[in-house]
Design a protein around this ligand. Structure first.
Ligand code: MOS
Length: 731
């Protein structure tokens, strides 16, 4: 088939669902309504570890409007079948109301269901729970670590001993919570043995399989609907216990139940980026050529599940290093289980490695960009595979030029404007290009409109828009005549809306489905004696604005509408799919960036202000430049949060999170964000997927925190190895 003209892909279009969102017509999970809905409020454990000794529900049950209180004392035993889907880590997942154990502060211990939200809230406040409390273990730096996961090539310890330049650096990162604007919410309704839930989720298929496993149902007895998600960053990649609570409450009361987590409850069991302690030892020659790297890291997990993330990959492939050893230990704590948060693993590794590279550059007296260039590998040294595309050198060149890197004084604490110390820093970023099997269905109607469906999610990156762009060009239709639908487990299955794989995986399935439909139409036309295209080689036909025509003779053609109605076809339809090639990969797939930051640090008060940032991205083809900018700027804002503000604080005496609210857990506001700019290297990655994209959503946050930390060092001469970088650390 002839390649289609690309009109929508690559155009800076506004969101197709923008109007729905700004007029409040886009319905988020808690905004759906069904007849007879009642409300559920969870009672959270007030000890950090122990056993429930008593539950007094009398006062709650006596309240007008309260229908039922469910706890382990009266909850039915649930099957909780094994489920490898829904991002359940290895371990024994938290089983709500199945026993008297308290595994962490804030664990659900009861739920109150009432006819109004107010009655449920009041009822929950009246439930009296007695505990036999034990002292929880919540401090990463105090607790015993698990056996490590190891990686090694060469002999890193020996190479380190003989290295001309040695660094031994320990970094710490804070626990971060996702804090999307929309809290988690679930509306659950049973119809006999069939369950429908409207849920905030980044993976309707994952939530569907988990609910089926927990309640012992066939997968297709559960339907999960999630058309709009108000931010996620990873928190909605798993079906959490509160979703089970909502479904259980609906089953026990025989009423549809709505359950909305409070902001505080968003900290108590919907995942977080674990805190790390990460020791990195580097050995190099006097010219900064790396010879050895030893990574020893410890990260939080829960006592009941072992959560791990891709924190080792960057240390194996970002820089040429003959000798590498890594030991990654999880530390089980009396906390809920962590989960992926934007740029999982890579974000943490990047802070450590990119801070250390800046320290090495300073120590050997080489420009930080030049140091990175000297250590650029020619292949992926972890598996000897060629990179599909790796344009990190170009990121450095473009970034240095556009940021004005040559105007930076490498001498720390050398630039001052009044009370402010000015500094500039940079970092490289890397994130893997994940792809997973996905499906989509396309239907072209006789009226020249089309509908494309996939179970995918849109937590904010603009899936509705970007998939419509892909579909519109593949079908040869205008954006307004194509409707892309998502967020329903009845639609063809897709992988998690995370790991930056939606564009590559779902987009390629959409492309396939729409290509098939266009091919059907072209075949119909060229074999139809009444078509002006009869006898034209199929390869010579393209479609533009709903009109099929010969490329060599554009006057020869007709519209989909005419073709289909003349042939008495109500529609043409096709199921499309995408899967990465089976068997071992033949390339190493990553997206890259160079991130630059300029900061001003108040010399007296230690306050850090990010004055400007620039990110240059090697992310493959950019489908939707306007949405890409929203991603990139959002990623930089998220990175500013991690670098300077975000820190979940636990009181280790009782395991309570003391800042479980948006007043005390700081996230960047407009005043923290000034001049942000994103540049994308033009091009595509043909090895990665048919669209040539490498994923952008995570990549844009990686490199931000170390670029800021390195700029703070350049401004102040102070090396802060602990995130967030606080004013106190700079005094
Ligand atoms: Mo992202 S952590 O994969 O939602």
């Amino acid at each position: 088939m002839s390649p289609q003209p690309q009109a929508a892909v690559g155009a800076p279009l506004s969101r197709v669902d923008g109007r729905l969102k700004v007029t409040g017509k886009a319905l988020y999970a808690a905004e759906h309504d069904v007849d007879g809905v009642v409300h559920a409020v969870i009672v959270d454990a007030s000890v950090g570890r122990g056993r429930i000794t008593s539950i007094d529900t009398g006062a709650a049950e006596a309240q007008p409007g309260v229908l039922k209180v469910i706890s382990h004392r009266n909850a039915p035993k649930l099957p909780y079948r094994d489920n490898s889907g829904s991002n359940n880590p290895p371990g024994r997942r938290l089983r709500v109301f199945q026993d008297d154990r308290v595994l962490f502060h804030g664990q659900p211990v009861a739920v109150v269901i009432a006819t109004t939200l107010e009655a449920a809230q009041h009822g929950a406040s009246l439930v009296k729970v007695g505990y036999e409390a034990e002292r929880p273990s919540t401090d990463l730096h105090e607790a015993q670590a698990d056996e490590p996961t190891n990686y090694a090539r060469g002999d890193a310890e020996a190479a380190l001993r003989s290295a001309a330049v040695r660094m031994d650096l320990t970094y710490r990162t804070a626990r971060n919570h996702h804090n999307p604007m929309e809290p988690h919410a679930t509306l659950a309704r049973w119809n006999g043995d069939k369950l429908t839930v409207w849920d905030k989720t980044q993976w309707v298929v994952g939530t569907q399989t988990e609910l089926a496993a927990v309640f012992g149902l066939e997968t297709d007895a559960v339907r999960v609907i999630s058309p709009f998600v108000g931010g996620g960053f990873g928190t909605a990649l798993r079906c959490w216990p509160h979703v089970v609570v909502a479904a259980l409450a609906a089953r026990e009361t025989k009423r549809p139940v709505k359950l909305v987590l409070s902001r505080k409850q968003m900290y108590l069991g919907t995942g977080f980026r674990p805190s790390y302690e990460y020791r990195l030892r580097l050995g190099s020659d006097r010219r900064g050529r790396l010879n050895a790297a030893v990574h020893e890291l410890e990260a939080e997990t829960s006592s009941y599940e072992k959560f791990t993330e891709s924190v080792l990959a960057a240390g194996q492939m970002l820089y040429s290093t003959p000798h590498v050893s890594q030991a990654y230990r999880t530390v089980p704590l009396d906390l809920p289980t962590p989960l992926y948060m934007r740029g999982p693993g890579f974000q943490t590794a990047s802070f450590v490695i990119e801070s250390a590279m800046d320290e090495l550059a300073h120590k050997v007296g080489i420009d930080p960009i030049e140091l990175r260039r000297r250590n650029e590998p020619s292949e992926d040294e972890s598996n000897s595979l060629p990179f599909s595309t790796r344009r990190l050198r170009e990121c450095y060149t473009v970034g240095a030029r556009e940021f004005g890197w040559d105007r930076r004084n490498p001498e720390p604490r050398s630039t001052r404007e009044g009370d402010w110390l000015i500094g500039r820093g940079m970092a490289a970023g890397v994130y893997d290009t994940a792809r997973m099997p996905a499906q989509a269905r396309a239907r072209l109607n006789a009226d020249g409109t089309a509908v494309v469906d996939a179970a995918a999610t849109d937590m904010g990156p603009g899936t509705y828009t970007s998939q419509t762009q892909v579909a519109a060009d593949a079908l040869g239709l205008g954006m307004r005549t194509v409707t892309f639908r998502l967020g329903d487990s009845l639609f063809p299955p897709t992988p998690p809306h995370g790991g930056s794989m939606t564009m590559a995986s779902v987009g390629s399935a959409v492309l396939d489905a729409c290509n098939q439909v266009r091919r059907q139409a072209i075949q119909l036309a060229v074999h139809d004696r009444e078509s002006p295209l009869h006898g034209v080689p199929a390869d010579d036909v393209v479609v533009r604005n709903g009109r099929l025509h010969s490329k060599s003779d554009p006057a020869r053609g007709e519209t989909y509408e005419r073709l289909l109605s003349r042939n008495d076809r109500t529609h043409l339809a096709a199921d499309g799919s995408f899967a990465p090639p089976s068997g071992p990969e033949r390339h190493s797939f990553y997206g890259y960036n160079a991130t630059f930051a300029e900061v001003a640090v108040d010399a007296t008060l230690g306050l850090v202000r990010v004055r400007r940032m620039l990110g240059v991205y090697d992310a493959g083809r950019i489908i939707s430049p306007k949405l890409a900018d929203s991603q990139a700027l959002g990623g930089m804002v998220g990175g500013i949060g991690t670098a300077l503000l975000e820190h979940t604080v636990t009181d280790h005496r009782d395991g309570r999170i003391v800042n479980a609210n948006l007043a005390d857990y700081l996230v960047p506001v407009n005043a923290d964000v000034s001049d942000l700019r994103a540049i994308y290297l033009d091009g595509e990655d043909r090895e990665a997927d048919p669209l040539g994209v490498k994923g952008l959503g995570e990549l844009v946050m990686i490199g931000v925190a170390p670029a800021i930390a390195n700029a703070v060092f350049n401004a102040t001469g102070r090396r802060v190895r602990e995130l967030p970088i606080t004013a106190e650390a700079l005094l």
